[in-house]
Design a protein around this ligand. Structure first.
Ligand SMILES: C[S@@+](CC[C@H](N)C(=O)[O-])C[C@H]1O[C@@H](n2cnc3c(N)ncnc32)[C@H](O)[C@@H]1O
Length: 311
């Protein structure tokens, strides 16, 4: 993957304030990408603090490894899904940690790499995998799912109201091989509407990317995993880019910050649940208009931070 557009780390100051890394501490970046957040954390924990950096995409690791070469063995790189982050940290004896960062979704480098098939702006293969060894590509879903399954997927993961018409158009045009073919079929299927801010294929592409990479289940697995390896007072920071992700983070933080999670109508607590997190950001932090102008990718970003409680 070429380093075309440099990936600008989103909400960098706010992430640092949220994680509050101090010299000598150990933190995990579950979504290394181009290594922008990791580098800032490495500076904050200098001279001896360490970062364990994970990415599902080996080519992102390669780029970040070159960028962060000067930090030597203060940064460790692992090609893994963040759903596995607690297991990876335990294997490397890298726990408890003072912070975990998840900056979800894809990087500008992945979006710009035509051969990865994330963008509808150019004719790439229908791929969309972060991990090139994972079994399912976007082409597999687009060309093999039944029309109803495709419509459900586009509705669930794209929150696309016109999912049925889109699925019908896709099935009629199969087999599809490129991102541009798919974008054209979707646009023809739904018709552009005057005043639409988004390209008509935006939500369909989001849905396929989420499904191909099983993104929501990975996030659901990563949140308790991260919490389980935080030191008391350690922080978990998550940047999400759409409402499906943000809802999962918000509900997890809410649940883990409560001592009882019994249904409200139940008169006596039987769950035995104890709060593990204290919410630092009751409302998510969003970007300033200056950051949004400099980095359009950041516009929909929401940062939530929680702190691990003493047990
Ligand atoms: C938004 S980018 C991170 C950018 C990074 N914070 C920076 O400053 O350069 C997200 C990265 O997370 C990776 N990623 C997405 N889902 C993942 C998962 N479940 N496990 C591991 N890495 C994942 C992507 O491959 C991508 O490189």
């Amino acid at each position: 993957m070429a380093e075309t557009t440099p990936h600008i780390p989103v909400l960098l100051d706010e992430v640092l304030e949220g994680l509050s890394p101090l010299p000598g501490q150990r933190l995990i970046d579950g979504t290394l990408g181009a290594g922008g957040h990791t580098e800032a954390i490495l500076k904050a924990v200098a001279p001896h603090g360490q970062v364990l950096a994970l990415d599902a995409d080996p080519s992102a690791l390669e780029i970040a490894r070159r960028r962060l070469a000067a930090y030597g063995d203060r940064v460790r790189f692992v090609n893994a899904n963040f759903a596995q982050l607690a297991a990876v940290a335990r294997d490397l004896d890298f726990f408890p940690v003072h912070g975990v960062l998840l900056d979800l979704g894809l990087s500008s480098m992945q979006l710009d790499a035509v051969e990865r098939g994330f963008s509808f702006q150019s004719a790439g293969p229908l791929d969309m995998r972060y991990d090139p060894n994972s079994p399912t590509t976007a082409a597999d879903l687009v060309n093999n799912l039944a029309q109803d399954e495709l419509a459900d997927l586009i509705y669930r993961f794209g929150e696309e109201r016109r999912s049925r018409a889109i699925a019908r158009a896709i099935v009629a045009a199969r087999p599809l091989h490129t991102t541009q073919q798919l974008a054209e079929v979707v646009a023809r299927g739904v018709g552009g509407r005057r005043g639409d801010r988004l390209h008509p294929a935006t939500r369909t592409f989001q849905a396929l990317r989420i499904a191909v990479n099983d993104e929501l289940d990975a996030l659901r697995a990563a949140l308790p995993a991260a919490t389980s390896i935080l030191a008391p007072g350690g922080r978990l920071a998550v940047i999400s880019f759409h409402s499906l992700e943000d809802r999962i983070v918000k509900e997890f933080f809410r649940r883990e910050s409560r001592d009882c999670i019994c249904p409200p109508e139940q008169p006596v607590c039987t769950c035995g649940h104890r709060a593990t997190l204290h919410i630092i950001t009751p409302k998510p932090i969003t970007v300033t208009s200056t950051e949004a102008a400099l980095n359009p990718r950041a516009r929909s970003a929401k940062l939530r931070v929680a702190e691990c409680m003493e047990q």
